[in-house]
Ligand binder design. Structure first.
Ligand SMILES: [Fe+2]
Length: 255
């Protein structure tokens, strides 16, 4: 049985490994425990079943290419080996939540910073803070798709030249697209953002949110609280509509 104390100790150890990583170092391999594999298997199994009816087609195809293991926590290196030939992205370790600008900027070089630890067992189906389940089942599974990958890269380019106010706008655009985006497919809303796709609670509730048409100007004006399920979401017709809308906005100051 995993006690809270031992779970916190394991998490601290994963964070220590990530904090010692420096760019250029080999990506560390982590020996995950049976309890961590069990937690991954339980959440991934539940999410996979929900994705089949509620995730957008482009995410389903991208996640199929990444082929995350169902029965154990994967290493960042094995996921990077699949992403690199497809979109040029690779994963590096982060010790915790990274602030917006330093999180986005490495996207320009095809770097996604992922945590190495899993959520607490008490937060199995909804974790307000990113963990390995969110970063891999959400973000990494999207990064095998060239359209999604291009959007991530553009957040990287834009963040490098953005003012503090523009970073705040980028954070809203990131949140309402790559984290909580929704597409309308065959007349039905389908999840296409990492925060929804990696949370059982969000997958259960996003259809009941206030679903508004995707418009960059509306998103920039929309505040959000990332500590709970989302009451307002923006719905696009396609990933390319999101990409084109964001690129038109970001081009103003990304060059
Ligand atoms: Fe995220």
């Amino acid at each position: 049985m995993v006690t809270l104390t031992s779970a916190l100790g394991i998490r601290a150890e994963r964070q220590r490994i990530a904090s010692e990583f420096r760019p250029g170092d080999p990506i560390p391999q982590v020996s995950y425990t049976g309890a961590e594999d069990e937690l991954w298997m339980r959440v991934f199994g539940k999410l996979s079943a929900m994705h089949h009816g509620l995730a957008c087609a482009q995410y389903l195809e991208s996640s199929r290419r990444v082929a995350l293991p169902t029965d154990r926590v994967p290493q960042l290196t094995e996921i990077s080996r699949r992403l690199l030939p497809l979109t040029g992205f690779q994963l590096t370790p982060a010790s915790g939540t990274v602030p917006s600008q330093p999180f986005y900027a490495p996207f320009a070089n095809g770097i996604f910073q992922a945590t190495l630890y899993l959520r607490r067992p008490s937060a199995l189906f909804y974790s307000a803070e990113p963990d390995l389940i969110h970063d891999l089942i959400g973000h990494a599974a999207m990064l095998a798709d060239p359209d999604f990958a291009e959007i991530y890269r553009w957040f990287g380019y834009a963040s490098r030249r953005a003012s503090i106010e523009q970073i705040r706008q980028l954070a809203r655009l990131f949140w309402f697209t790559l984290e909580t985006g929704v597409l309308m497919e065959n007349g039905r809303p389908r999840a296409c953002g990492a925060a929804i796709l990696s949370s059982v609670s969000e997958m259960e509730s996003f259809l009941t949110a206030d679903l508004r048409p995707f418009r960059v100007a509306d998103i920039i004006a929309q505040d959000f609280d990332d500590s709970d399920c989302q009451p307002v979401l923006f719905v696009a017709d396609s990933v390319r509509q999101i990409r084109d809308g964001l690129l038109e906005y970001m081009e103003i100051y990304a060059h």
